[in-house]
Design a protein around this ligand. Structure first.
Ligand SMILES: [Zn+2]
Length: 329
């Protein structure tokens, strides 16, 4: 039996339906790398991977598809993941090494049939939620922390959205897997469940999709389903105020990493020129995606699309003044 026959038997419907579908995966760390690898085995038209980070050695214990060579080469995760999928004969992959701002997020939702959340922060999830509600396409929330994981299928056209459940991004402790850790057996479980619900949706099996908020606690061996009621006063899906789509990029400190990320405006950014300026620096490093150097004890990593990562910074204002002094922006 080939895989298509297997799918047909398992889902009792035609797997050909998948051949025209495009799935977006936002964040290809512990969670998103698993969901994208599983998705790539389905006969999909394409998957689009979005992430803004490079592969880091300290995360390899829970990001099984990356290796030490990816870290040494400072390879952006999306390109590393695309290569892994290609080497295993998966479906077509498009890699986007970008920060998912409101415009990029809207573009992604327009192109995709559904989006899978592999992020670890609520700012991005609320942006996904706003785009999902506005463009009337579902996304599947996924969260992993310590030994607990959650999944929630969000389609505000037919049920509650993420903001019916969580009012603001600050809700909860704000802990992420970068700050408190996650046991490596958890991400594959949550990613597998996300892909399962995604597959049911793409195959048109909407009545089979689990619409509850599911939490799994591996330490307690518990599996809890909570029914989420639609809030008619919800700012997003009720009152249709999409405030996360209006946020302009003011820079952000990446959680648990003392790193500031800023996107330089296209009209003022010339990658090649800037690179030449720092080429003679003895700490200079480049690959086909980015260049790096150190100055005044700070490490700069500059990507082709204008993203600047400045490490050893935990204050946005101070970070901006260093960027303006050293890069001249
Ligand atoms: Zn809502």
């Amino acid at each position: 039996m080939n895989f298509k026959d297997e799918l047909k038997k398992l889902f009792e419907t035609s797997p050909e339906l998948l051949e025209s579908k495009i799935v977006g995966v936002v964040g290809v760390g512990a969670l998103g790398s698993f969901s994208s690898m599983i998705l790539s085995k389905l006969p999909l038209k394409k998957i689009i991977l979005v992430d803004r980070d490079v592969v880091e050695e300290k995360n390899l214990f829970r990001q099984f598809f990356y290796d030490v060579e990816d870290c040494k080469g400072r390879i952006p995760k999306v390109f590393a993941m695309k290569e892994k999928i290609k080497s295993k004969g998966g479906c077509e992959v498009e890699a986007r090494d970008i920060n998912l701002d409101a415009d990029e997020c809207s573009n992604l939702f327009e192109e995709c049939d559904i989006v899978i959340d592999g992020t670890d922060n609520f700012e991005t999830r609320f942006l996904l939620n706003d785009c999902s509600a506005k463009l009337k396409k579902p996304f599947i929330y996924g969260g992993v922390i310590e030994m607990k994981g959650s999944i929630f299928f969000v389609d505000s056209g037919s049920g509650a959205c993420l903001r019916c459940l969580f009012q603001e991004p600050e809700i909860g402790s704000g802990d992420t897997c970068e700050t408190v850790g996650v046991f490596p057996s958890l991400p594959p479980i949550i990613a597998s469940m996300q892909v399962m619900e995604c597959t049911k949706y793409l195959l048109g099996m909407k009545d089979k999709i689990i619409r509850d908020f599911i939490t799994i606690d591996l330490k307690e061996n518990s599996f809890i389903k909570i029914k989420v009621e639609k809030d008619i006063n919800c700012e997003c899906c009720g009152r249709k105020i999409y405030k996360f789509l209006e946020n302009e990029n003011k820079g952000e400190i990446l959680c648990g990493r003392d790193t500031l990320m800023v996107k330089l405006r296209k009209e003022r950014f010339d990658y090649e020129n800037l690179k030449e300026k720092f080429r003679k620096d003895k700490s200079f490093f480049e690959n086909e995606y980015l260049f790096e150097f150190e100055s005044e004890g700070y490490k700069f990593s500059i990507h082709k699309d204008g993203r600047v990562f400045l490490s050893k910074i935990n204050d946005i204002k101070n970070g901006f003044s260093i960027i303006s002094r050293i890069l001249g922006f």
